[in-house]
Design a protein around this ligand. Structure first.
Ligand code: PMP
Ligand code: GLU
Length: 423
């Protein structure tokens, strides 16, 4: 991409990378608010709660005590040990020691380095490693996997199936080149989750495939919304299934469950001998990339994971109530289809019944992006258009309900009013 004024250019890899639409719409809504515009934000997946006080206190005390210098790249052994114990206690992932844990600058960074430590760009004439991705899925997975050299194989899902893949679908998608399967339950953007039995059935397919066609296949399970569940289903970690445990990378972080998005704390776990090697690879990469995370955050991680369960439950209960309110409001809108959210804090309705209309402000609505642009400009509500989530996402919008009930009701009033004026 050459600029007209000079011969300089940015790398092709980045020039071709899609910017994150969740971050873009989130920033846009925040900028409008700062400019004094009365916009209601439903775009960013960011809890509106403050970080619990004991977590802040732990960081403040560490900073005052002088823990302000470089630390070991993957984190100190004590904090990595606390994470290993948490994964064993809460998630049933056995055999983890601190050597199987890496701490990164957010879940996004953990995913980024994990993909780079697992995938290689193909040599000339070779096929690229395949990354199996159920879609719609969070907008960052595909760009991160591609940047690491993978080719993304989308596994389409539908609202009627709660946006979940079936074991047969997975079996049919696996090839000898399959290197990575990315799972995200509860799901961003879908707000749905897999049951323990559904994950066991997928694990059986993986076990069979790795014994035959796809010996190199690894599962990356992004469980960042594990604590934000409020349906009948319990969260379940696929890494707890012994038959495949040694090929499951579990990714998590503190952003969502502990309302710590700005702290940038994520972690990666993988048991077994390869797990230890894999985590060493992460250390090599992070050692050349970030050195370590902010050093006074380590005690805060320990406090969050050992002392703040009550705060997590309090926030979870609030999200559960908001999910009910949001689902009830969406249910009143004719033609819109939306599975009931059971986890995370997103509704992902199919709004394609409004395609072919024109807004009161004269904007033709022929796509999810058209609808979101018109909603932002005319109704002053910020949703995220579904196109970049892949698959049937182009018929959907993502509505984050990580905000107050009052805001949800006010936003849905504006949404209904906007829809009632479509021609
Ligand atoms: N995974 C999913 C599914 C997400 O929605 C997010 C959003 N922030 C992340 C990972 C990364 O979160 P963070 O980098 O804040 O830990
Ligand atoms: N994950 C959140 C979201 O989907 C934060 C923004 C981002 O990282 O994508 O809104």
């Amino acid at each position: 991409m050459k600029t007209p004024s000079c011969q300089l250019s940015v790398s092709r890899r980045v020039a071709l990378m899609k910017p994150s639409v969740t971050v873009a719409f989130g920033n846009r809504a925040k900028a409008m608010k700062q400019a004094g515009i009365d916009v209601l934000g439903f775009s960013l997946g960011e809890p509106d709660f403050d970080t619990p006080q004991p977590i802040k206190q732990a960081a403040i005390e560490a900073m005052l005590a002088g823990q302000t210098k470089y630390m070991p790249t993957l984190g100190d052994a004590e904090t990595r040990g606390v994470i290993a114990a948490k994964l064993e206690r809460d998630n049933g992932i056995a055999g983890l020691t601190s050597d199987h844990i890496a701490i990164s600058a957010g879940g996004k960074h953990a995913l980024y380095v994990s993909c780079h430590c697992l995938l290689d760009p193909p040599e000339p004439g070779e096929p690229a490693p395949e990354v199996l991705l159920p879609v719609p899925s969070w907008v960052s997975y595909a760009p991160i996997a591609r940047m690491a050299g993978g080719t993304v194989i989308e596994l389409p899902t539908t609202a009627a199936d709660d946006f979940k893949i079936s074991p047969d679908q997975l079996r049919a998608a696996i090839t000898p080149r399959s290197r990575l399967l990315i799972l995200n339950s509860p799901s961003n953007p879908c707000g749905t989750m897999y049951s323990p039995d559904e994950l066991r059935a997928l694990a059986t397919v993986i076990e069979e495939a790795t014994a035959t066609t796809a010996p190199d296949l690894v599962v990356m399970s992004d469980e960042i919304y594990e604590k934000i569940v409020y349906g009948d289903m319990a969260h379940f970690s696929i890494g707890s299934i012994p038959a495949i445990a040694d090929r499951v990378i579990t990714i998590n972080g503190l952003s969502k469950a502990y309302a710590m998005t700005g702290w940038r704390i994520g972690y990666t776990a993988m048991p077994g001998d390869f797990g230890r090697e894999f985590i060493k690879a992460l250390a090599t990469m992070q050692g050349q990339m970030t050195t370590c995370i902010t050093s006074f955050n380590y005690p805060a991680i320990r406090t969050a994971l050992t002392e703040c369960e009550a705060d997590v439950l309090r926030m979870r209960d609030a999200f559960a109530t908001r999910a009910e309110v949001m689902f009830a409001r969406l249910g009143k809108i004719n033609g819109l289809i939306c599975p009931k959210p059971t986890g995370a804090f997103y509704a992902f309705p199919d709004i394609s019944c409004f395609f072919g209309t024109t807004s009161a402000g004269g904007r033709p609505i022929n796509s999810a992006l058209d609808l979101c642009e018109a909603l932002l400009e005319e109704a002053r509500i910020a949703f995220v258009p579904g196109e970049d989530f892949g698959g049937c996402g182009d018929r959907c919008v993502r509505i984050s309900f990580a905000c107050s009930e009052a805001q949800i009701n006010a936003g849905m009033d504006r949404f209904e009013d906007f829809l009632s004026k479509l021609r």
